[in-house]
Write a protein that binds this ligand. Structure first.
Ligand SMILES: Cc1cc2nc3c(=O)[nH]c(=O)nc-3n(C[C@H](O)[C@H](O)[C@H](O)COP(=O)(O)OP(=O)(O)OC[C@H]3O[C@@H](n4cnc5c(N)ncnc54)[C@H](O)[C@@H]3O)c2cc1C
Length: 811
């Protein structure tokens, strides 16, 4: 039997190898129009970015080695240009233009897909690329090394577009992503994509959403990419990544049937409308197992699986059936991992299918073991029977293994109950005893059983506060920091006492940070007669991300003469700020920039993920130049060039925009927050004052105090109050002082500075400490008992500082 295969990469090469393994005497001829076979097309973006440095590593097999090992007649640079089904032969054109025919008994089509290049004006200009194969890769890589582009525009924000955004960024280019839809990554829902939007912006990627490209024009300044909205962006290079189309022209010319999606139609044996011709990979369409509708699926895993099935069917007759793919996919987007399987909610909505969804924000592993990172999981399921229809995850570690578990349950037709039955291996460095997949199952089951009435972020956004009561069940402190407009605050712990304040006749829309406290509050309320209680799915965390208004993109920076750093700066100073938490890295940045000369460069590496964003904001307010931020394996490296107007130290403060804090409380957590904020503000060169009043005085008492004379009440207060900052207790979960000790222990383990160290840093950074004279008198505190750096003042002293400040916080 003679088998001819068209296409020598994922589907074609896999089928050829399988054919040989199951039939030693088969004759197998493999035609590939390119120069290479069986190469790692999924690795191409990483070679462009430099993560894969050795080009040879892209080639899994050379045509010669593959041909020898599997005894296959591999013919590269050979394009099949015609199939004659009656004569059962194909016409082949070689690179030299020679044409010949080759007969077959069974033919396999695995010609893949081609990038879409719409006929827009200027699309063939130099510097506009697509990425599909090695030749495209070499062209892009060659352009970068020869023309040294400073920036690139990626058109299309699918998986490959975003992989290219990251890799071009890694190659040193500024990157803008242009997308016609209102979100990146079509296989996930908007709320999940909004997490990716935030991350792309944090990495410095310019995001142009809902922009359709109208034309390209080569100008002296570069390529002008014009949008239908009238705006434009000028760039040095363009990557078109707006999708692919199945390569079907050979099949069409031969009269082989296509399906409604314009892919090659195949049956469950992967056989085309011609019984002697089979097809696999990107070129075919196949019913989606959930929707049952035909769809095109461009993924390497399914192509490989189909190739194995088809080889068996071509040799042994049609015995193996293909069950279809549910589109399980994963992509690295800078530091994020984005994964999806099954159908997203938006697709189900389009199809008119009823669904429910649950969104949770678990950690990758036990929070108490170092290095746990957050992830957001959304599951979509049927309200009728809980059948799992789709899952999406955006996070850092452990996303890939979870998405595979969801995929397995969906492929088996499982339900949200089945998610709870998976038996996961657990140890603190890898997971939690309640694995995120199980938690997703628990939350979804609560929704399904009616234990929790879900409220989705769009419903909350569109809620009319005159018709519903929006209730924030977080603590008063959390509520004070930010809340949903119109919300009233009834903390979960006060709910039983205060529920009488809530209207019984209006629906209650509850929310908390991530959804858990809202659920607990809804249980209390429902069991106390409140009928219409709904809880915001994914909590405020998801709501804020999904409703965030993205900044208007500004185009690429053109470095001005003032801004430009010398090609070879006189000195780069490296600073290690790893293992310390906010505001430690910023303080290190500030202290070290003070020690270098104008034009010199500081490179600070930290593990605090918020550091790059803080550093950029700090540079803006201090006149230093934020050169770059890169992240790799949890290490965030920020490069800053010292500017001519750089703040020199705490003396040169901007008194016009100072910050004041009134520390009224002696709760350990509130005192900590005060010093952290004060240090952060001081690092930006602002005049910062902390006014210590009443219980707050306990945060600035000396540990070793001289003996002082006190009256009876003074002695009573001394006896009852904490004698110094080390004796402060937590505002919540104090447990007779045990909570405070636990907090200090955890802070130490996580390398968070102690209260005393943060206080010393504040003094060093020029933060002004004023003790309230009146409070000292009332509480019998004397000057000698307070730290030497503390000044004594009254209301006037505070008001004077507050007048010149634009932030005044009472803690
Ligand atoms: C940059 C990039 C990154 C990707 N990353 C991922 C990823 O991370 N994960 C994932 O699952 N998938 C990824 N994919 C998709 C995956 O590579 C494809 O789904 C898979 O390769 C499809 O296999 P195929 O055999 O159908 O087509 P291909 O692997 O594209 O092979 C088709 C071959 O057929 C040849 N050919 C076409 N017509 C003819 C002809 N007439 N005569 C001779 N030869 C012909 C072509 O030259 C081509 O080499 C990526 C794709 C690209 C381009």
């Amino acid at each position: 039997m003679k088998y001819v295969i068209i296409g020598g990469v994922a589907g074609g090469a896999t089928a050829a190898a399988r054919l040989r393994r199951i039939s030693e005497d088969a004759e197998v001829v493999l035609f590939e129009k390119g120069e290479y076979i069986s190469y790692a097309n999924c690795g191409l973006p990483y070679y462009i970015g430099g993560a894969i440095s050795d080009r040879e590593k892209l080639f899994v097999q050379t045509p010669e080695a593959f041909g020898r090992r599997f005894n296959i007649d591999v013919r590269t640079l050979s394009e099949v240009i015609k199939i004659d089904r009656d004569a059962k032969n194909v016409t082949v054109r070689t690179a030299t233009g020679k044409e010949y025919t080759e007969s077959y008994d069974r033919l396999l089509l695995s010609p893949g897909a081609s990038p879409v290049r719409p006929p827009l004006p200027g699309i063939d200009s130099e510097g506009i690329f697509t990425l599909r194969n090695v030749a495209d890769t070499d062209a892009i890589k060659g352009f970068i090394s020869q023309s040294r582009p400073a920036n690139a525009v990626i058109i299309g924000a699918g998986f490959i577009g975003l992989e290219m955004a990251e890799n071009l960024h890694d190659a040193g280019l500024q990157v803008a992503v242009v997308e016609m839809a209102n979100q990146v990554m079509a296989p996930i829902d908007f709320s999940m994509a909004s997490i990716v939007h935030e991350h792309l912006l944090a990495e410095g990627v310019q995001l142009y959403l809902e922009k359709a490209v109208e034309s390209f024009k080569k100008t002296d300044a570069g390529i002008e990419v014009k949008f239908k909205s009238g705006e434009s962006i000028t760039t040095d290079m363009v990557i078109l990544s707006i999708g692919v189309r199945p390569n079907t022209s050979l099949a069409v010319d031969a009269g082989i049937e296509l399906g409604p999606m314009r892919g090659i139609r195949v049956n469950e044996y992967l056989q085309t409308s011609d019984p002697d011709i089979y097809a696999v990979g990107d070129a075919i369409e196949y019913p989606h197992p959930i929707s049952q509708q035909p769809w095109l699926n461009y993924l390497a895993g399914p192509a490989n699986r189909q190739a194995r099935i088809v080889a068996d069917n071509m040799v042994f007759g049609n015995k193996q059936t293909y069950e279809g793919s549910i589109g399980t996919s994963v992509a690295k987007v800078f530091d994020l991992t984005v994964a999806a399987t099954g159908l997203p909610a938006k697709r189900l909505k389009q199809m008119g299918v009823e669904y429910l969804s649950a969104t949770i924000h678990p950690n990758s592993h036990a929070g108490y073991y170092p290095g746990a990172t957050p992830m957001t999981i959304k599951v979509v399921f049927s309200p009728a029977d809980g059948m799992l229809l789709g899952a999406q995850i955006v996070g850092y570690d452990g996303v890939d293994k979870r998405i595979d578990e969801f995929a397995l349950v969906i492929k088996r037709g499982g339900t949200v109950e089945d998610l709870q039955k998976i038996e996961q291996a657990y140890a603190p460095p890898y997971s939690s005893a309640k694995d995120p997949v199980a938690v997703a199952g628990y939350v979804a089951s609560n929704i399904l059983s009616g234990n929790m009435d879900p409220l989705y972020w769009r419903e909350m956004r569109d809620a009319d506060p005159t018709k519903v009561a929006i209730v924030d069940v977080r603590t008063a402190d959390e509520f004070a920091l930010s809340s949903i407009p119109g919300a009233i605050n009834v903390p979960l712990d006060d709910m039983r006492q205060r529920m009488a304040q809530l209207p019984i006749d209006r629906p209650l829309y509850l929310y908390c940070g991530v959804g858990l406290r809202g659920y607990l509050a809804s249980c209390i309320l429902r069991q106390n007669g409140f009928k219409k209680v709904r809880n915001l799915v994914g909590g405020l965390k998801l709501y804020k991300t999904a409703t965030a208004i993205l900044p208007t993109p500004k185009g690429f920076d053109t470095p001005s003469a003032n801004d430009r750093i010398d090609a070879a700066p006189s000195r780069t100073v490296k600073v290690d700020a790893c293992g310390i938490s906010c505001p430690g890295p910023i303080l290190k940045l500030k202290n070290n920039i003070d020690a270098i000369a104008e034009g010199e460069v500081l490179e600070v590496t930290a593990t605090d993920p918020g550091f790059p964003r803080d550093a950029e904001a700090w540079c803006k307010s201090t006149g230093n130049r934020f050169v770059s931020a890169t992240s790799n394996a949890g290490l965030h490296t920020v490069v800053v060039a010292k500017g001519s107007t750089s703040t020199k130290g705490p003396v040169e403060v901007d008194t016009e925009k100072g910050k004041t804090f009134i520390l009224f409380s002696d709760d350990l957590d509130k005192a900590l927050a005060t010093f952290v904020l004060a240090n952060g503000a001081a690092a930006t060169g602002k005049k910062v004052t902390i006014f210590f009043t009443f219980w707050g005085l306990n945060a600035i008492k000396k540990e070793r105090k001289p003996a002082v004379k006190k009256d009876f009440f003074g002695r009573m207060f001394s006896f009852m109050l904490p004698s110094n900052s080390k004796k402060l207790k937590l505002s919540k979960m104090s447990m007779g002082g045990l909570g405070g000790k636990m907090m200090r222990h955890i802070m130490k383990k996580k390398n968070v500075d102690s209260l005393e160290s943060l206080r010393a840093q504040a003094i060093e950074n020029g933060v002004e400490f004023i003790a309230c004279q009146m409070s000292m008198d009332v509480m019998g505190v004397t000057r000698e008992e307070l730290l030497d750096e503390v000044a004594i003042g009254g209301v006037a002293a505070y008001m004077d500082r507050a007048e010149n400040a634009n932030v005044n916080l009472f803690i």
